[in-house]
Design a protein around this ligand. Structure first.
Ligand SMILES: [Ca+2]
Ligand SMILES: [Ca+2]
Length: 202
C-alpha cells in the first residue's frame, strides 16, 4: 500500500513528460518565427540589390544615347536580381516631369470659383500628358533633355521558405525601388505644352 502510494507520488512529481509536451508545442512556433526572420532578412537584401540596380539603370537612362527599350532595361536590372534569386522578375515604370517642383502635382486649371479645387463640370484644364483627363501631370516614359524622371522598378521573387503561408504571407515576395533623376541637358528642354480642355456645354 505504502509502495503504491509512493509510486503515485513519483508519477505526479515527474515533469519530464510535461517538458517534452511543451517543447512539442513551442518548437513549431519558434521555427516559424525563425524562418520568418530569415525571410525578412532576405527581403531586405533583395530590396538593397534592387535599389542599387535601379539607381545604376536610372543614371544610364539620363544620358542621350540611353537605351529606351523597356525590355532591355528590365532585363539589365533583372539579371542583377537573379544573382540572388534565379526566378526574380523585374518590371519598371517611368514618368517624366518638366521640373522637380512639378513631380506628383496635378495639371493646371482655371479656377473660376476660386475654391482651389478643379470642378470638372465648369472649369477648363491644361492636359500636359495627353491623357484627355485632369490628373497628375507626369508623362509616361523617359522624357526628353533636362526633364525629371521618376523611375520605379518592382521585383517579384519566390520566397525562400514556402511555409511563410502559415504566417499569412504570399509565397511570392515583392520589393519596390524608386529613384528620381534629371536627364542630361543634351539639348534644349522641350516646353511643357498643355492642350486646354473645357467641359462641353450641356
Ligand atoms: Ca474651382
Ligand atoms: Ca491629363
Amino acid at each position: 500500500m505504502i509502495a503504491a502510494r509512493h509510486s503515485a507520488t513519483m508519477i505526479a512529481n515527474d515533469t519530464h513528460g510535461a517538458t517534452a509536451v511543451e517543447f512539442a508545442i513551442i518548437a513549431p512556433i519558434m521555427l516559424t518565427l525563425m524562418l520568418g526572420m530569415m525571410e525578412l532578412g532576405y527581403q531586405a537584401y533583395a530590396q538593397s540589390v534592387l535599389l542599387g540596380a535601379t539607381n545604376k539603370a536610372a543614371r544610364d537612362l539620363t544620358l542621350e544615347d540611353a537605351p529606351t527599350n523597356k525590355a532591355l532595361i528590365e532585363g539589365k536590372i533583372g539579371s542583377m536580381l537573379q544573382t540572388i534569386s534565379k526566378k526574380a522578375v523585374v518590371t519598371t515604370t517611368s514618368e517624366s516631369f518638366s521640373s522637380f517642383t512639378k513631380v506628383n502635382t496635378y495639371e493646371d486649371f482655371k479656377d473660376l470659383d476660386g475654391d482651389k479645387q478643379f470642378d470638372a463640370g465648369t472649369e477648363c484644364f491644361f492636359d500636359v500628358n495627353n491623357s484627355k483627363t485632369w490628373n497628375k501631370r507626369g508623362k509616361s516614359g523617359l522624357g526628353g533633355a533636362d526633364d525629371i524622371v521618376v523611375f520605379t522598378a518592382t521585383a517579384t521573387y519566390p520566397r525562400l521558405f514556402p511555409v511563410m503561408g502559415m504566417l499569412g504571407w504570399s509565397n511570392t515576395g515583392t520589393v519596390v525601388a524608386r529613384t528620381t533623376l534629371r536627364n542630361q541637358p543634351y539639348s534644349e528642354q522641350a516646353e511643357e505644352a498643355g492642350v486646354e480642355i473645357c467641359p462641353t456645354p450641356a
